[in-house]
Ligand binder design. Structure first.
Ligand code: SF4
Length: 195
């Protein structure tokens, strides 16, 4: 959180959470923000996005790309995109529900499990760099088991649903105050209105 990255948002997700903020991507009608691109085109855009601000001298660091969704695990060319990004010196992170094990070759794996939905978590815990739970009105913290809390302590984020609405921010805070192994996060790009 708080470092510059290129954000690659993919279309479509089979999980279908009620609180999804990209629910338009489930539709058979491809939403306006989606462009169909080959892996080479995706990577060319990522390079452009990274280097434009660099030429203005805004920051100097290794390039990072975050592949998110929807659910990036369903993209058939995911591995090709990851490999091409690596070829151009990017480190690559993924944000996934854990719907499929796509962790090979990735430099950072953020998993946001959806415990109430009945799909099998396919990513072993030792492959996960951080966990993120979306805190909704009916979120039950007991889904974060003692085993998970111990294994992933300090790497478990609670993130408020609903565009950071104050009630859910407070709920995250209250849960985290009961257990120092948990952290509170927010969707910073929404606060900054980054599209
Ligand atoms: Fe939306 Fe993520 Fe749920 Fe998929 S897993 S429906 S992208 S919130």
């Amino acid at each position: 959180m708080g470092i510059p990255v290129v954000f690659i948002r993919t279309n479509g997700c089979p999980v279908k959470c009620s609180f999804c903020d990209t629910a338009d991507s489930w539709s058979k009608n491809v939403p306006k923000w989606v462009k169909e691109e080959t892996p080479d085109q995706v990577v060319a855009e990522a390079i452009k996005c990274w280097h434009e601000p660099q030429t203005q001298g805004l920051y100097r660091m290794s390039p990072w790309a975050v592949i998110t969704g929807g659910e990036p695990a369903i993209q058939k060319d995911l591995e090709k995109v990851v490999d091409r990004l690596h070829d151009f010196g990017f480190k690559v992170a993924i944000e996934t529900s854990g719907y499929a094990d796509v962790t090979r070759r990735l430099d950072w794996v953020a998993v946001s499990p959806k415990p109430k939905l009945h799909y099998k978590m396919c990513i072993p815990i030792d492959q996960i760099n951080e966990l993120k739970y979306v805190v909704t009105e009916d979120f039950d913290e007991s889904v974060i088991t003692e085993e998970i809390r111990n294994e992933m302590k300090g790497k478990i984020w609670l993130q408020p649903d609903g565009n950071n609405i104050p009630e859910m921010v407070k709920k995250c805070y209250d849960i985290a105050m009961r257990d120092p192994r948990l952290r509170c996060g927010i969707q910073m790009h929404k606060i900054y209105e980054v599209k």
